[in-house]
Design a protein around this ligand. Structure first.
Ligand code: ZN
Length: 124
């Protein structure tokens, strides 16, 4: 009987150690995911969430929207394709004019150029 109790005690101890290790791994993984998703300031909270709730914490952190700082937004996303920023117009002479310029240096007017381009697009 004494031997059996000793064996059980050993298994309980081993089980507790394994549980603590698994919890620590979960906590670390969840904290790393939280940091990766932009929640650096909440990494301690997410460590404990991961340690206690495991898969549930993983589902919650993945479900949360990514936090992206405005400064990290890639520059090309703010511009229109072909490198033309919003409002600029390209004259047939090859000059790219800013939106506020109404007459190109070659003498063509912005309104005429845009009207011609629209016609060309419609195939007239
Ligand atoms: Zn021009």
């Amino acid at each position: 009987m004494e031997e059996i109790m000793e064996l059980i005690r050993h298994w309980v101890l081993l089980y507790c150690i394994c549980a603590i290790i698994v919890c620590a791994i979960w906590g670390t993984v969840i904290a790393l995911i939280a940091i990766h998703r932009g929640y650096e300031d909440q990494q301690t909270k997410w460590f404990w969430m991961g340690a206690f709730f495991g898969v549930i914490a993983l589902a919650v952190i993945i479900g949360l929207p990514r936090r992206i700082k405005a400064a990290e937004t890639p520059e090309p996303l703010r511009e229109e394709p072909k490198g033309l920023s919003k409002g600029t117009w390209k004259c047939p002479c090859g000059t790219v004019n800013a939106g506020y310029i109404s007459t190109c240096q070659c003498g063509r007017r912005k309104l005429d150029v845009l009207a011609e381009q629209r016609k060309a697009e419609w195939g007239e």
